[in-house]
Design a protein around this ligand. Structure first.
Ligand SMILES: C[C@@H]1O/C(=N\OC(=O)Nc2ccccc2)[C@@H](O)[C@H](O)[C@@H]1O
Length: 483
């Protein structure tokens, strides 16, 4: 018996020692993350308070709109140039590569787009300067494949930046590193020829990025894409130095986690699990389900209205999200301390389609009444309830109700020890709402029922404000319990 106790103790010691070594060993990286934790500067805080953004995918791919010669195809419309075989118009590439010669969006009016985005309640816009096909919506001097060589001629990026800034919406520039139009682009680097070609591509990419930052100084950040292929993943040093160069050129610049890979090809988070970039960009057409999924990072979710079409597609297939699907995703994003960005795909003439216009209107109407529960709000340390979501700003909790309980009682569990709600009222009309004390649960948390008046009818999600007393301790008491 004594021997077995001794062996158990020894094993425990060895495992404990191994575990503690794994926990503290950091892999030394030259090109991993250069900062951990959230950025605390004012520019990033402004980004954090946006809540709602607009994505715009607009380019040559908007001309075919997912089809050709009267036939439509299933893939993402902005990828049409890459389609081949039965899923593509025959002899497609040559046709596509000449489409820019007919790009003349006569209906384009950046001020109208900006007005619509303003009315929707968007605080920032992400605009495609260059998508994977390599066509530049600005007159880049590093390639002929630009807006300058189309019948339209004018600098669309400038028109968008100026129009959106004029109505107080910040602009972020989407840039695809992958560029199918450039001779030097490679998916991987497998030969000396690949290396030489890719060196010219890297130089071209750096030139274009510095050109964008210099030409549009009011752009607050870059939203990178097309960085998943091995060729780019192998450029840890180059990409790291380029990111540093861009941040030096534009102090405060905001760049997400999708730009570069570390010394070992790790993307989004480096080999030590530390996020690279200022916010997590992996939530693409996907949302975190809990605050744990967010890992304490800033993040944005970019979302299409149909299933998976970013560029204009004349025939939306599959499920098209309703305004209230999108409003629920927006509130859920803010309740988990993220931003929600809704994509619009204007057509080849520069029109925003009717479906997107009516969604923007419906969301805008809801935001006009309820934006206090969105702007500047973030996660509340409250137990998630079925009736909807909590967002918080200071000592105000915003309860956005999507699923009204039959008994009209919104369960609320306050884990901050000793903190009680002082009053509750509808955000829309400030009419008071009763707070019923419902005792304590087994974690000794205070329970309450917020009682929605039976006569209150709403066919839309609504917000109740719950004001809390000042917190009794600077550390939330329950956190001590958890450690
Ligand atoms: C915003 C979208 O970004 C893309 N691709 O994103 C991703 O591939 N996202 C992704 C992939 C795997 C996991 C997580 C995100 C593009 O190909 C697409 O055309 C669009 O511009």
């Amino acid at each position: 018996k004594k021997r077995s106790i001794l062996i158990t103790l020894l094993l425990g010691l060895i495992c404990g020692q191994t575990f503690s070594q794994e926990k503290t060993t950091q892999i030394s990286l030259k090109h991993g993350s250069h900062r951990s934790g959230k950025r605390t500067d004012a520019t990033m805080q402004r980004w954090r308070e946006y809540g709602l953004g607009q994505f715009i995918h607009w380019g040559i791919y908007s001309i075919p709109g997912g089809g050709w010669d009267g036939k439509t195809y299933g893939g993402a419309a902005e990828w049409i140039r890459s389609w081949s075989g039965k899923d593509a118009p025959n002899d497609w590439r040559k046709t596509y590569d000449n489409l820019y010669k007919q790009f003349n969006p006569v209906d384009f009016n950046a001020n109208k787009w900006a007005e619509q985005a303003k009315n929707m309640g968007a605080k920032y816009v992400i605009f495609t300067t260059k998508h994977h096909d390599g066509f530049c919506m600005w007159p880049s001097k590093y390639t002929e494949y630009t807006i300058a060589n189309t019948p339209y001629k004018k600098d669309i990026v400038k028109e968008v930046v100026d129009a959106y800034n004029k109505v107080g919406i910040d602009v972020y520039l989407y840039f695809s590193v992958m560029d199918w139009s450039h001779q030097g682009w490679r998916y991987d680097i497998k030969s000396p020829e690949d290396s030489i070609a890719f060196e010219s591509f890297k130089k071209f990419t750096r030139n274009q990025l510095l050109e964008l930052l210099t030409s549009y100084p009011s752009a607050k950040g870059l939203w990178f894409d097309g960085t998943w292929d091995k060729s780019w993943v192998k450029q840890a040093e180059f990409a790291d130095e380029l990111e540093t160069e861009m941040r030096t050129l534009r102090p405060g610049l905001i760049i997400g986690s999708r730009f570069r890979a570390d010394d070992f090809g790790k993307r989004h988070v480096d080999s030590n699990g530390v996020m690279m970039g200022d916010y997590e960009q992996g939530w693409e057409r996907n949302l975190p389900n809990s605050i744990e999924d967010v890992h304490g990072h800033d993040w944005d979710c970019v979302m299409t209205i149909p299933d998976n079409q970013w560029g204009y597609n004349s025939h939306w297939k599959g499920y098209v999200k309703t305004p209230y699907n999108l409003i629920e995703m927006l509130v859920k994003s803010v309740s988990l301390s993220g931003n929600f960005v809704i994509n619009f795909g204007p057509d080849g003439k520069g029109n925003i389609r009717q479906e997107e216009t009516s969604i923007a209107k419906e969301i805008g109407d809801w935001m006009k009444t309820n934006n206090e529960a969105i702007y500047g709000c973030s996660h509340a340390d409250m137990k998630k309830q079925d009736w909807g979501y909590f967002t918080q700003k200071g000592r105000k909790l915003y309860l956005t109700v999507f699923n009204r309980p039959i008994n009209n009682c919104l369960n609320v569990e306050i884990s901050e020890k000793g903190v009680k709600p002082t009053k509750a009222y509808f955000l829309a009309n400030k009419l008071p709402v009763a707070i019923q004390d419902a005792g304590k649960n087994k974690q000794n948390n205070n329970l309450y029922n917020i009682v929605i008046p039976a006569k209150y009818i709403s066919d839309k999600p609504f917000v109740i404000v719950l004001e809390l007393e000042e917190s009794q301790t600077n550390e939330k008491a329950y956190q001590q319990a958890r450690t």
